[in-house]
Structure formats: structure tokens, C-alpha cells
Design a protein around this ligand. Structure first.
Ligand code: SF4
Length: 351
């Protein structure tokens, strides 16, 4: 198994690498281990964060085998929209990776990792004869292939009436070709999903499926309270706030994405952070506004399982035992505080 296969597990060559390794999926999921964990992470991150990029490191073998595991898990989830979100997230990561590889290739950058070439990706999708470079940063795409790939893309600019069409080919710029290839990946990933999963495999993955369902349910149920009561924040968030100026990338994302879902403005966030230097303020402000723009939808804060994996889950209390997401914790505490006030008022009224 090669690193290239692990980076691009949807390639035919990667599938063949898995077959050549004669891995028994049933045995793999029964034994558990890094590939199964990473498979769960793939699906969870796809549904909650819109990416399947790992937050940790895994071996080439675990990374490659996690892909078929993730396909099985997303099939077992039986959650509306899960397959579409998962396929989009796989395609988004592939797009980021092949863009990097192609650009490094074009600039003849030296690197010790094997890169995917544009020719190879086109060949893998049977597009070699249907996409030709013009030598001016443009490509001519056979109209049949263009229509197939562009039909599901958002935006009028992808409609054929908005494009030039000469002799059965559509000129596209390089970034547009990459978008079309991302769409090709998305289609391949979504192909055949959901799978029909043998009972033994489904039983072996029941625990992972439950964890995923809890994580998704937490997000669906999550109605981020529009009050800011820092004393009701979950213990992990309080700990992050205390260390705010010194957080690493993961800690900062966890904190800022949590705050971005609340009804707080940038100045409140800077006050939370206690930032002193202008450059710190700029960096926090930029990240917060980027996340707040999406109101937490595109970049929700990490679930408890992820927080635990990165040692960010600290000082757990009794509320933590019943929830799977820091935002759910906060919603629960706010609700409990509200219920207490209402109950008091009700008692007073009754008197
Ligand atoms: S269990 Fe969840 S909410 Fe509680 S401290 Fe850990 S990460 Fe935070």
C-alpha cells in the first residue's frame, strides 16, 4: 500500500491495493483498531465539519482501509443527507489534495511524497481523451463529459448557454477543470451508496454507528442558546478560555467555533480571550468572523469524542455524562437555569 493510495482512496488503483492486500472487511471491523476509528472519524467529520481530513495522524494502511470502513458506516447510519454530505466531504478533501499536487508538479517543486498527476487522475476517470490542455492555462473539455460533470454544479456560469462551445468542446480554465474533477470524485464516492451491509459486519460496527448517531443527533438537537452565560459554559470551554492566549490550532478552533455559534460579537470574543497584542487580536478576529459568518453551520465545534481524542475534554462533570457535544452541554445548562426560574415564578403565581 502506498501513501498515494491512502491520500486518494477512491482511485481504482487504491481499490486494487486493498484487494491485493486481501483484507477481510468482516475481520477488520470485528477486530477494530485504527482503520475503524479513522473510518468513524471520516464520517463524523464529514457530517459535522464538512471535511474528512483527519485531526490526527494515521498510518498509510489505516488511512486507506478507513475509506471502505467509512462507506459501510455511512450506509449503516440511515440518516437523511448523510451520504450526500459524506461524498461532498470526500470530494472536498480530494480537491484540496490534488490541487496541491498538480500545482507542486507545475512548479516542479521537489518533495519526498509521491504526487498525483493530472494525467493520472484524468485516466482514472476515463477522461484522458475528453480533456485536452490548450497550453494557455485552459483546457478543452468534450461537451458530453462537460455536461455530465457540470450538471449538478451550482451557478449559472456552469450552464452550457453561458459557455463558449466550439466543435463539440467547452473551454474551461484550470480552476474550473479542478471543480469538474471534484464533481467526478463526488459522483464516484456516492456511487453505490448506501451499500447493502452483511449482518455480521453491521453487528461489529453497531457501537461505532451508535456513536455517530449520537454525534449527529446532538448537532440536530442543538439549538444554540442566544444568551451568553460564561458560568454555564462546559468545563472544556472554560478551560480553553483560561488558556486562550496560548492555545494551539486545535484548541483555538474548538473555542472560536463554540463562541461563533453564540450571540456574541467580535469585541466580546476578544475580551474573552484577553488578547493584548494587535496581531493576536487580528488573528482571533479573523477566525471568529470567518466561523461566525457560517453561524456554526459549516464549521461546528468539535463533538466530545473529538475533544477527548485531543485531550481537550477536561474537568468533566455530571452534565457531561448525558451529552455528546459541548454545545449540547451549554444548551442543557441554560435550559436547566431557565426551567428553575420558570418553576419559581410558577410557584409564586400559584401562591
Ligand atoms: S464531556 Fe464534552 S462537554 Fe464535557 S468537558 Fe468533555 S468535551 Fe466538554
Amino acid at each position: 500500500m502506498r501513501r498515494l493510495h491512502a491520500r486518494y482512496p477512491f482511485l481504482r488503483a487504491s481499490r486494487e491495493a486493498v484487494q491485493d492486500a486481501e483484507v477481510d472487511l468482516g475481520q477488520l471491523v470485528t477486530e477494530g483498531g485504527p482503520a475503524v476509528e479513522r473510518g468513524r472519524e471520516r464520517v463524523e467529520r464529514a457530517l459535522l465539519a464538512g471535511t474528512v481530513a483527519s485531526e490526527g495522524r494515521s498510518s498509510t494502511r489505516a488511512e486507506l482501509l478507513s475509506y471502505p470502513v467509512a462507506r459501510v458506516l455511512v450506509s449503516l447510519l440511515d440518516t437523511p443527507g448523510a451520504v450526500a454530505k459524506y461524498a461532498n466531504a470526500e470530494a472536498a478533501l480530494a480537491h484540496a489534495r490534488f490541487t496541491e499536487d498538480f500545482d507542486d508538479d507545475a512548479q516542479l517543486k521537489s518533495t519526498d511524497r509521491e504526487r498525483l498527476s493530472l494525467d493520472r487522475l484524468l485516466a482514472d476517470f476515463d477522461l484522458s481523451g475528453q480533456v485536452r490542455p490548450t497550453g494557455e492555462g485552459e483546457f478543452l473539455v468534450d461537451v458530453t463529459a462537460y455536461l455530465k460533470l457540470a450538471s449538478a454544479l451550482e451557478g449559472e456560469r456552469w450552464r452550457l448557454v453561458a459557455r463558449e462551445l466550439h466543435d463539440g468542446v467547452v473551454p474551461v480554465r484550470r480552476p474550473e477543470l479542478y471543480t469538474l474533477l471534484r464533481e467526478a470524485v463526488r459522483r464516484r464516492v456516492a456511487d453505490d451508496l448506501p451499500l447493502s451491509v452483511p449482518e455480521g459486519v453491521a453487528d461489529a460496527l453497531a457501537g461505532q454507528v451508535r456513536t455517530l448517531k449520537d454525534a449527529v443527533a446532538d448537532v440536530e438537537l442543538r439549538a444554540t442558546p442566544d444568551v451568553v452565560e460564561p458560568e454555564l459554559f462546559p468545563p472544556c470551554v472554560k478551560a480553553l478560555l483560561e488558556r486562550a492566549p496560548d492555545l494551539d490550532r486545535r484548541g483555538r478552533f474548538a473555542l472560536v467555533s463554540f463562541l461563533a455559534g453564540l450571540d456574541v460579537d467580535t469585541q466580546d470574543v476578544l475580551a474573552f480571550y484577553g488578547v493584548e497584542t494587535e496581531s493576536d487580536a487580528d488573528s482571533v478576529e479573523y477566525q471568529f468572523e470567518r466561523l461566525a459568518d457560517s453561524r456554526g453551520a459549516a464549521f461546528p465545534p468539535p463533538a466530545c469524542a473529538t475533544m477527548q481524542a485531543f485531550d481537550l475534554c477536561v474537568d468533566r462533570d455530571e452534565v457531561c455524562a448525558d451529552i455528546g457535544h459541548p454545545v449540547t452541554y451549554y444548551a442543557e445548562r441554560v435550559e436547566r437555569a431557565g426551567v428553575a426560574v420558570d418553576a419559581d415564578a410558577g410557584t409564586a403565581d400559584g401562591d
